[in-house]
Design a protein around this ligand. Sequence first.
Ligand code: FAD
Ligand code: DLZ
Ligand code: SF4
Length: 508
Amino acid sequence: MVRLVLVLADQLSDTLSALAEADKATDVIVMAEVMGEATYVRHHPKKIAFVFAAMRKFADRLRGDGWRVDYTRLDDPDNSGSIVGELVRRAADHDPDGVLATEPGEWRVIQALEDCPVPVTLLPDTRFLATHAEFDDWAEGRKELRMEWFYRDMRRKTGLMMDGDDPAGGKWNHDHDNRKGPPKSVNYSGPMQFTPDATVEEVLTLVEDRFADNFGDLRPFWFATDTGQARRHLAHWVKNALPSFGDYQDAMMAEEPFVYHSVIGLYLNAGLLDAMEVCRAVEQAWKDGDAPVNAAEGFIRQIIGWREYVRGIYFREGPNYVDRNELGQTRDLPAMFWGANTRMACIAASVSQTKAEAYAHHIQRLMITGNFALLAGIDPAQVHEWYLAVYADAYEWVEAPNVIGMSQFADGGVIASKPYVSSGNYIDKMSDYCKGCAYKVKDKTGPDACPFNLLYWHFLDRHRDRFRTNPRMGQMYATWDRMNEDKRNLILKDAEVWLTRLNSGDPV
Ligand code: FAD
Ligand code: DLZ
Ligand code: SF4
């Protein structure tokens, strides 16, 4: 009996369920670089290069371990262009009994495999802590699906930072200590950088050739592209940056794109690192006294809490989740998201580092680009597509709940109990952007007023019916209602003028 064993680009793990189920002696692994996956959104060139280089190295490793791997390169003249096409092509060579695959992280790909003419057996993705059934059991009957309660269950399940039944360190959540503004300087040289080897260079040339028009800088390319390198990067970060990760988790700095963040999302999501391995390394640093509790707990919460929780939501909400637009927002994504000139220093910094590194940290994604898109009324489908394209760690199962749910409130509050919106004040407190900005963060109206100040009130005013009764927003509406009417009208008028300029395509 021969089976084909599909390994997708974000399934590069030795522990993959499809590999565990397969038989090295008889089965054939299928891996394929295909235009269908490389173009369904216009991915950042660094992301495409990372994916292809990591796939090639993983295939070589599997071969070294004795597997037969049928690998299709993008420039293979017989490349059919799609994953299903490649399965059909390989099936013609091997006449298999079927295909084994680990469940993909995107409904589109799951549906394609379900329609594949060669029958596909989908196995659960056991690299995650919570199964779909466990998440659904947790969610069933709850009025609100708040991450915090789910996270506590995951702490109990994993035993991470637990003292018997109680959280080690005295409390479950140390977020309160993780909100310092930007430090004077960052005492960390940044993520470990890897010089491209021959495999990576070959891929870089291919990507340069085929994806030259995509938004983003391909070079310098420094990502890890195999598990060994990713582990070295992890150890370097745990030693040098984890101790300050918690304190400055929310801080944004124009000259420090990474601050103390781990930059491991791309490695975790591709399968090069394992979530529990990463959490154990962080827990150990805390046990050894090398990292404070707020850093270790804050980090572990992101992985076993947020990461698992958003995956649960993605699969629970179903394939149409990405089409949700509960606030009816319709404006087109402005050109400044693709690098066009803007006077807004915070947007310029977040977009230019995204272009350079295929990376922005969480608060930049949530409170700069996400906050702006929500306040300005941008169509969430376009926002979703942008995030899916530009970040090296973006796959739909994790990107969509963060964008459609957490950031754009387009799911109507499945994830967020209120929209994540702020005026310029928050950005000024948490970043060093405003001091270099052509707009004035203290101005509430007038030609130089920070656009976040204008749009914040415009957003609350235009969605008043939707949010006025939200208990977490009462204070915001009370402040708005207390302003005198002339001031309110002036803010709304200036916001409209600003939005008209945005619509015109002129630099704002
Ligand atoms: P760190 O800040 O060092 O955190 C460590 C790890 O925790 C991350 O690598 C990630 O695996 C996990 N994590 C932290 N926050 C979240 C979260 N909200 N959801 C899921 N995992 C989380 N994350 C992605 O992996 N892919 C995406 O496409 C993605 N899109 C996002 C879009 C928006 C609008 C927002 C607000 C968040 C998004 N996130 C996404 C979550 C988070 O911003 C990134 O995981 C993080 O910035 C990656 O950088 P890092 O590895 O340095 O993370
Ligand atoms: C993101 C991506 C890209 C750019 N290219 C490929 C590819 O050529 N072959 C492949 O198997 N997977 C690729 N991927 C990842 C898939 O799109 C991914 O498996 C789905 O997004 C599901 O998470
Ligand atoms: Fe951004 Fe406003 Fe600050 Fe300028 S003043 S950097 S637009 S928050």
